[in-house]
Each structure stands twice: as structure tokens, then as C-alpha cells.
Design a protein around this ligand. Structure first.
Ligand code: CAA
Length: 261
């Protein structure tokens, strides 16, 4: 099979088990057009079914992770069209991807760019990263999770201030508020994200996917329901080879060789 070719993203394999997806519309600061998202979704579908892929890193350029949805594509759209086609609904495919995605954010992550980063499982930020939901300045509001995921991540008062004023916030603020897991040295954000993804890719895939499912349940469910899901996922892992392998290796002071089964 030949690898698909894309116009708006680049694909590479920077470490064992890691797919690196680089948004690549440099002239538009990686504005998230429909063709770009169609390609991103296709690349994720391939990564989902490719057994050799354990984790994905999503990044942009030094200047921009992504400066938002493509304003020039949106500007002449009408209500009936966006409503009937459920415009932006296809963006949610990213959140259905069941392997971990690490976002490596450098430069602008604005509007849909911030929202796309928030759809990922882990966000690492360069000190140059600039986050924001500036949609209010365009006469609209965030349309891909900015009023929801940002509020969950940083709390109501801060989210209200960001969404209502449209002002940007820094990588340092994003780390202090818990939106990103850490700020790394300038120029190293992709390497650091590949390192994290590489560590994850070395684990047993069934346990990794179960862990992601468990943490995500914390966003949707009450504490009791979430704890129930967690315990059931935990129980299920006793049906895997990897549970036997991992615990036996510990007892024998050996390194586990995962079978991903
Ligand atoms: N859509 C389309 N094109 C964009 C874009 C976007 N979101 N962001 C940048 N571009 C284009 C610019 O139009 C410009 O193109 P031309 O060279 O053809 O004029 C090119 O990228 C470079 O941008 P600038 O010249 O503006 O670069 P700058 O360094 O002066 O400014 C910036 C950078 C502050 C990020 C500025 O580009 C900007 O404000 N961009 C828009 C940010 C924004 O409003 N994002 C939210 C979009 S709405 C949304 O995302 C809805 C949602 O919730 C899903």
C-alpha cells in the first residue's frame, strides 16, 4: 500500500510507535480549513487502525500551532448552510480517536487552534505559545469547545474573562491554570512531545487505551459513575496477556515484553 499524500499536513515517524502530524499551511498560520480537517481526520483514522502506532503528536509551526478556523472560508457562510451541514461537527472526530494525542504548541493557538489543542490528551507548550479565544472580536463565539473545554480546564471566571474579552493568554498562564501540563524550553516542544508519546508507545496498548478511556470518563460522569467505569476497566485488564506479563515481570524483576493483547 502506498502512503496517502496530503496538501495541508505532514506525516512522519520520529520515534518507534509515534506518528507526528504537522499542520502545514504556513502562509495562513495553519488556519483550520475544511480540507485541512478532512486530511487530519483521515490521518487519525489510519493511525487508529495501524497497530504499529501507539501515540500521536500533533503540532504546527514555530509561529503558529493554528490561528483558528479559516475566517476567509467562513466569512460568507449563511445560517441555513452552517446549520444544515452541522459546520465544524467533523472536528469532533479528533476526540473519538482512542490512542493518546500529545499536542506540541508553539506560537499562536487561537480560536479553533486552542480548541484543537484542548481536544488532545496532553498539551506541552513552548514559552512562545499564545492561547486565546478571540471569536468575540469576529462577532461570534467559540464553536469547537472553547466555552466548554476551556471552562473545565481553567475554571469559570478565567474562561469567562478569556471568552468575553477575547484577550490572549501566555504559556506561563496556561501552565499555572492547568490547561497545559508544562512549558518546555524554547525550540524543544516537538522533541519533548515525541519523548512523551514515545514513552506511552512503549506501554501495552490495551492498558493505554483503557487509561485514556478512564480519565476521559471523569469529564462526562459523576464521581460514582466514573469510579464504576474505572473499576470495570481495571477488571477487564485481567483478561489480557499484558496483565499477566506485566505482573510476572515485576515479580521476577524483569522488563515486561508487551503483546498488546
Ligand atoms: N483564518 C484565515 N486566515 C488566517 C487566519 C485565520 N484564522 N489567521 C491568520 N490568517 C492569515 C492572514 O489572513 C494572513 O494572510 P495574508 O498573508 O493572505 O493576508 C496570514 O495568515 C498571516 O497572518 P497575519 O498577517 O495576520 O499575521 P500576524 O503575525 O500579523 O498576526 C495573528 C497573527 C494575531 C494570529 C492574526 O493572524 C490573527 O489575529 N488571526 C486570526 C485569529 C482568530 O481570530 N482566530 C479565531 C478564528 S474563528 C474560530 O476559530 C471559530 C471557532 O471557534 C472554531
Amino acid at each position: 500500500t502506498t502512503a496517502p499524500t496530503y496538501d495541508n499536513i505532514l506525516l512522519s515517524n520520529p520515534a518507534p510507535g509515534v506518528t507526528l502530524i504537522t499542520l502545514n499551511r504556513p502562509k495562513a498560520l495553519n488556519a483550520l480549513s475544511s480540507p485541512l480537517f478532512t486530511e487530519l481526520n483521515a490521518a487519525l483514522r489510519d493511525a487508529a487502525t495501524d497497530d504499529s502506532v501507539g501515540a500521536v503528536v500533533l503540532t504546527g509551526s514555530d509561529k503558529a500551532f493554528a490561528a483558528g478556523a479559516d475566517i476567509k472560508e467562513m466569512m460568507n457562510k449563511e445560517f441555513a448552510e452552517v446549520y444544515k451541514s452541522d459546520f465544524l461537527a467533523h472536528w469532533t472526530e479528533v476526540t473519538k480517536f482512542r490512542k493518546p494525542i500529545v499536542a506540541a504548541v508553539s506560537g499562536y493557538a487561537l480560536g479553533g487552534g486552542c480548541e484543537l489543542a484542548m481536544m488532545c490528551d496532553i498539551i506541552l507548550a513552548s514559552p512562545t505559545a499564545v492561547f486565546g479565544q478571540p471569536e468575540i472580536n469576529l462577532g461570534v463565539i467559540p464553536g469547537a469547545g472553547g466555552t466548554q473545554r476551556l471552562t473545565h480546564a481553567i475554571g469559570k471566571s478565567r474562561a469567562m474573562e478569556i471568552v468575553l474579552t477575547g484577550k490572549n493568554f501566555s504559556a506561563q498562564d496556561a501552565a499555572a491554570w492547568g490547561l497545559v501540563s508544562r512549558v518546555v524550553e524554547e525550540g524543544s516542544v516537538v522533541d519533548e512531545a515525541v519523548k512523551v508519546a514515545g514513552q506511552i508507545a512503549k506501554k501495552g496498548r490495551v492498558a493505554v487505551q483503557s487509561a485514556k478511556e478512564g480519565v476521559n470518563a471523569a469529564y462526562e460522569l459523576s464521581l460514582n459513575e466514573g469510579l464504576h467505569v474505572e473499576r470495570r476497566l481495571f477488571h477487564q485488564l485481567f483478561a489480557t496477556n499484558d496483565q499477566k506479563i506485566g505482573m510476572k515481570a515485576f515479580a521476577e524483576k524483569k522488563k515486561p515484553e508487551w503483546t498488546h493483547k
